[in-house]
Design a protein around this ligand. Structure first.
Ligand code: IPE
Ligand code: IPE
Ligand code: MG
Ligand code: MG
Ligand code: MG
Length: 324
């Protein structure tokens, strides 16, 4: 059994030899830049963990693991354009450092590169792996569209939000684990529990992301704090605050959402103050904890001894308290 650190080292080593030193430089340099900034590398590690859990050969899962990470990084390039984000991993985003056209095309190239890596599995597993990858990639796009729709949609419920984050974020984590399980030749029922574990953990992960977007430490988080508030993202925090405000007949939050004259900084401060007053962070932490517990039940349902699951268990714990 490998630990998270062992597996991340393997991923880092594999990335250190994946070179994008090609021409035209304007296309490839942003790819090297993005991949060199690292990030947590949790998706490829999860893929390897899914394989290792069922006694698979992780060397056979390394290329698809890198494929998933390249895919994730592609989504970030496009997501940062859509979210108008200036910072990623404490550095300027690609569309800020270069321009939007470059971020689109470098992103497209990464998506195709992701397929190339994903295809490097045994022939008898190729169709199944690509099927999972294809359907997941489409779901991520659906989630991203809903995320944008909700910026201006009024009647978004917390249930709508949970469905949206399940699509944009959670299914990819689930798919990582499922692909790992397929490569290891896991039992179908066990693979299904592992997929569900990843999905519920992914929902908890995105709740933490939304919390950090408001309450994260600017120097550690690496992204613009308050970005979700500035772009009227219907996060759990905002939806809960709207719900609580409606109960108390106060309308200040809705007014702030449609106020085009307020500066970004004032808007972030004013809305954060409302969140503080209504204690929505505590509600979000509780919701995150609920999903974490559902996830852990799915992990427990897998027919393997507890000690085989220890890497996944400790990784899930870490995700709940992450600051980056
Ligand atoms: C960011 O993902 C996008 C979300 C789904 C919230 P990560 O938090 O995994 O980003 P990196 O790869 O570690 O930078
Ligand atoms: C992004 O969600 C999900 C995808 C990139 C598919 P966010 O927009 O919350 O991610 P960050 O906060 O920019 O990393
Ligand atoms: Mg974003
Ligand atoms: Mg986004
Ligand atoms: Mg976010």
């Amino acid at each position: 059994m490998y630990s998270f650190d062992d597996l991340r080292d393997k991923i880092q080593e594999a990335f250190s030899i994946l070179s994008f030193q090609k021409q035209p430089q304007e296309l490839y340099e942003p790819i090297s830049y993005t991949l060199s900034l690292g990030g947590k590398r949790m998706r490829p590690v999860l893929l390897l963990m899914g394989c290792d859990l069922f006694g698979g050969d992780i060397a056979k899962a390394l290329a698809p693991a890198m494929g998933i990470e390249v895919f994730h990084n592609f989504t970030l390039l496009h997501d940062d354009i859509m979210d108008n984000a200036p910072l990623r991993r404490s550095q300027p985003t690609v569309h800020h450092k270069w321009n939007t056209s470059i971020a689109i095309l470098s992103g497209d190239t990464m998506l195709i590169e992701a397929f190339r890596l994903m295809m490097q599995v045994e022939n008898n597993q190729l169709r199944q792996v690509l099927d999972i990858f294809n359907s997941t990639a489409i779901l991520v796009c659906e989630g991203q569209q809903l995320d944008m729709n909700y910026e201006t949609q009024k009647d978004v419920s917390i249930l709508d939000y949970l469905e949206m984050i399940s699509l944009k974020t959670a299914v990819l984590l689930a798919a990582c684990l499922q692909i790992g399980a397929v490569i290891a030749g896991a039992d179908v029922e066990d693979a299904r529990h592992l997929y569900n574990f990843g999905k519920y953990l992914g929902i908890a992960f995105q709740l933490q992301d939304d919390i950090l977007d408001v309450y994260g430490d600017k120097d550690k988080f690496g992204k613009q704090v308050g970005g979700d508030i500035i772009s009227n993202k219907k996060t759990y925090l905002l939806l809960k605050a709207l719900e609580l405000e409606a109960l108390s007949d106060s309308i200040s939050l809705n007014e702030l959402l449609i106020n085009n004259h307020i500066s970004s900084q004032d808007k972030v401060e004013a809305i954060t103050a409302i969140y503080d007053r209504l204690k929505v962070k505590e509600f979000a932490i509780q919701e995150k904890q609920n999903f974490y517990e559902i996830a852990m039940k799915e992990l427990e349902a897998i027919d393997l001894p507890q000690e085989r699951k220890s890497a996944l268990t400790s990784f899930a714990k870490y995700l709940m308290v992450r600051e980056i």
